[in-house]
Design a protein around this ligand. Structure first.
Ligand code: AMP
Length: 361
């Protein structure tokens, strides 16, 4: 089976690493000359709106999936005429736009921060008057790793904030004083079967995910599964979906969903019986889903900007390096390590050992 992937970054690369043993081949459509998935499949180098190359991709593959959600809606609609596309166009339409996303959560009875649509500075002033400060102004689309957002704490922050974010459609959210951030990686097959990985605790630095630690018997697991299940059913979703939550007052507030494999699920490559990448491929290909059970304790530490010396990383017991083969650049995710152990104290010690390498790098 040949899988077409829109996007050729590290997520595409890891999809190929998981799918190759299942007998799958891959083609990646990505305009970047140095797309890092190109080492693991065919690289169709073209813009996402280039219909000739989209048609070529559709003709070559059995189905198309995505490694990022900011795909133009026209691209998805165009491909869908010729080849099955998972997850469906509607899932992408909702997940790529924070207003649609939060409106859907509200409709499904899933708690969110207070939010308002902002199309102008006057809208922002009105939204601040009703939601209050502090708040977070975010562009509705194309935001990632903390980009395209601004925390508003004072009237001075509010003045001109709409223009600062580019005078594009935005959403204002009430600032959530959360006790933690967790994410749930879920997968739904073509037949509607749904499975969930354990909730993961996430720590960010400068808006970028740094550390994910998989939990055991988290008290909010069932609630998170209930919320994710509602979303996947509503969208008739097929594939892996990641759901990010704020933990607050012993409950959850929905932050966002990602209609794809997710950075906070990378630990599953070595830390779960079947990884998020394999389960995504199983789902879109109509294969039975694999077990989402955790194997021991697991964490994922991102390498941002540069990868520490390979010999030092792999010298740490049960530490598994993933080097994406990308040029090193500040703020860029260039690799990660899965760190495992039989118990939590050992896991923490090993995480500290890898963090010490990052500090030295
Ligand atoms: P996002 O791109 O929406 O995932 O936001 C990136 C990070 O900013 C989140 O992981 C949080 O740490 C923080 N953040 C986003 N929205 C809010 C909010 N409404 N209240 C407090 N912190 C937020």
């Amino acid at each position: 089976m040949k899988i077409g992937v829109i996007g050729g970054g590290q997520l595409g690369r890891m999809l190929s690493l998981a799918g190759t043993p299942l007998g799958m081949n891959f083609a990646f459509l990505d305009p970047a000359p140095d797309a890092c998935a190109a080492a693991l499949g065919e690289h169709i180098r073209a813009d996402y709106g280039d219909q000739d190359h989209l048609r070529q991709l559709a003709d070559e593959v059995d189905l198309v999936t995505f490694e990022f959600e900011s795909v133009p809606a026209e691209t998805v609609a165009f491909l869908s005429q010729f080849v099955p596309v998972y997850p469906c166009a509607e899932s992408l339409r909702i997940a790529r736009d924070r207003w649609f996303e939060k409106s859907m959560f509200k409709e499904l009875g899933i708690p969110t921060p207070a939010f308002a649509d902002v199309q102008s500075q006057a809208d922002l002033d009105a939204a601040v008057a009703s939601i209050g400060l502090p708040g977070v102004l975010k562009t509705r689309t194309l935001g990632y790793d903390g980009k395209g957002q601004k925390v508003l704490r004072s009237a001075e922050d509010v003045a001109g904030a709409f223009a600062e974010l580019g005078s594009v459609p935005c959403i204002l959210e009430g600032f959530v004083s959360f006790t933690g951030e967790v994410s749930l990686v879920a997968v739904r097959g073509r037949d509607g079967e749904t499975r969930f990985y354990p909730l993961v605790h996430n720590t960010h630095e400068s808006g970028i995910l740094r550390l994910s630690v998989a939990s055991s018997n988290h008290p909010l697991q069932a609630l998170a599964e209930d919320y994710a299940g509602r979303v996947m059913q509503k969208l008739d979703y097929v594939g892996v979906l990641a759901f990010e939550f704020f933990e607050v007052d012993g409950g959850l507030k929905a932050n966002e969903i990602a209609p794809r494999v997710h950075n906070s699920g990378h630990w599953t490559i070595e830390g779960a019986e079947c990884s998020q990448f394999e389960n995504h491929l199983r789902a879109v290909a109509g294969l039975p889903l694999g077990s989402t059970a955790k194997v021991g304790e697991s964490a994922m530490l991102n390498f941002i900007g540069e990868v520490p010396p390979v010999d030092k990383v792999v010298a740490i017991a049960d530490c598994h390096l993933h080097h994406y083969g990308k040029a090193f650049k500040d703020g860029r995710k260039v690799g990660h390590a899965t760190i495992r152990s039989a118990d939590l104290p050992t896991l923490k010690a090993r995480i500290a050992d890898v963090e010490a390498l990052i500090a030295k790098a």
